[in-house]
Design a protein around this ligand. Structure first.
Ligand SMILES: [Mn+2]
Length: 424
């Protein structure tokens, strides 16, 4: 479904005077407002194909209606988000849930919506119906070489699909690990995993990156074979310069200092990508910024500082993606909220007075350091984010536009109430 442009313009027209008043006020506090706006316009966050349907828990799933039934419809949904916020210009596919039957046609459809293909994701955490060997006891770590080979071959196939679509990175997240003490020899599991990753790495095209994603626990509850940033960094370092660590916000133990992890990985040139979400206890699927917005700001603060220190392009040098799929919200509304939260935290991080902060740090003025960060974090930047969207043709308020234009109703009309998204 393509939204007629005039509908967004009409929506914006109604709120324009109020927006201008708010923006002028917010901009009066920002020295380099045009530079900030350009950075916001450039910044794009990829949408994962599995976030477009209602997620389930292991207890149940409550589909909401009008969900995309095919890869084509998933692309249309991301296109719709991108029309509204102009910041969702990429889609990240999951193989085998989204195998493109006709890559050329899929590529053309994405281009029509102004979308690129972000990282492709492999799946060795489930058994597929036509699969010969089971991943019940792991994939790349498995004691049986034949299982490891099957996992390697699958990842190479994922790269092949990615090449056809113009993707330039592979994200490997392994559910491998153990649920009981004694189940695994940790060292052998590591070595098997490394050897398998090396085989996949060897199949990467020259211009590709490999992201090694870690997760502290789940589905394995005693050990994970890529359980934290140290292990991921170890694999990425041993693999080579095309391998990087991927940080997923929800994949840490409670209270982990994620901003410090980000800072050090950037320092080492080994931070490759980011998965945004939020969590309170163990679930890594809550909406970005819904529980710990200050932590999100602190992470962006380190990202901006660390990328600037290395002269990196904020928009293109790291992979930005949302990774969340919850079960009680309209998935598209949830994604609009997520992208908004990311843009707000990014903007606030851009407003940090870096020179003053460096001076305060040098002088051990702890109070002033805190004040500088909180001044940025407490600034209401919503009108600045809205102005960036307005300048690139999006809606002043995305969620309100989605509701006012009754887009879910239109999707249900097109796809039916019983349409359930493919994937998890
Ligand atoms: Mn993730």
């Amino acid at each position: 479904m393509l939204l007629e442009k005039y509908k967004i313009e009409e929506f914006n027209q109604a709120g324009l005077a109020e927006h201008k008043r708010r923006f002028d006020f917010a901009a009066s506090y920002v020295k380099n407002i045009d530079e900030v706006l350009q950075k916001l316009i450039d910044f794009q966050v990829a949408i994962p194909s599995w976030a477009l349907g209602t997620g389930g828990t292991r207890f149940g799933r409550f589909a909401g209606g009008g969900e995309p039934r095919s890869l084509e419809e998933k692309i249309e949904d991301v296109g719709l988000l991108h029309q509204l916020n102009r910041s969702s210009g990429a889609i990240s596919l999951h193989i085998p849930w989204d195998i493109p039957q006709n890559p050329a046609a899929i590529k053309a459809l994405a281009a029509q919506h102004g979308l690129k293909f972000d990282a492709v994701n492999s799946n060795t955490f489930q058994d597929q119906p036509d699969q010969k060997l089971s991943y019940k006891f792991g994939s790349m770590q498995h004691v049986d070489k034949a299982v490891r080979k099957q996992a390697v071959d699958h990842n190479i196939e994922v790269i092949r699909h990615g090449i056809e679509l113009g993707s330039e990175s592979l994200t490997v997240w392994l559910s491998d690990g153990s649920s009981f003490p004694g189940q695994l020899n940790f060292r052998k599991a590591f070595q098997n995993t490394l050897e398998s990753l090396q085989e996949v790495y060897a199949a990467l095209p020259d211009n590709w990156k490999m992201f090694v994603e870690y997760k502290a626990f789940e589905p394995n509850f005693y050990s994970m074979s890529v359980g934290d940033w140290g292990q991921s960094y170890l694999y990425a370092s041993k693999l080579g310069e095309k391998a990087y660590t991927l940080v997923d916000l929800g994949h840490h133990l409670p209270n982990a200092n994620i901003e410090q992890i980000v800072s050090l990985l950037l320092m080492e040139g080994k931070l490759g990508g980011f998965h945004f979400n939020d969590s309170k206890y163990g679930d890594d699927d809550l909406t970005v910024g819904s529980v710990k917005p200050y932590q999100l700001f602190l992470i962006f603060n380190e990202l901006v500082e660390g990328m600037d220190a290395r002269g990196m392009n904020h928009a293109t040098d790291l992979g930005w993606m949302i990774d969340a799929s919850h079960n009680v919200k309209d998935p598209l509304e949830d994604l609009l909220q997520s992208v908004e939260a990311i843009m707000i935290a990014y903007t606030q991080a851009l407003l940090v007075d870096r020179k003053a902060l460096a001076e305060a740090q040098q002088a051990n003025d702890v109070v002033r350091c805190q004040e500088i960060l909180q001044t940025a974090a407490r600034t209401d930047v919503r009108a600045i984010v809205a102005e960036a969207r307005l300048r690139s043709g999006g809606a002043l308020q995305t969620l309100q536009a989605f509701r006012q234009l009754e887009l879910r109703k239109a999707l249900i009309g097109e796809r039916g109430l019983k349409a359930v998204s493919t994937g998890l």
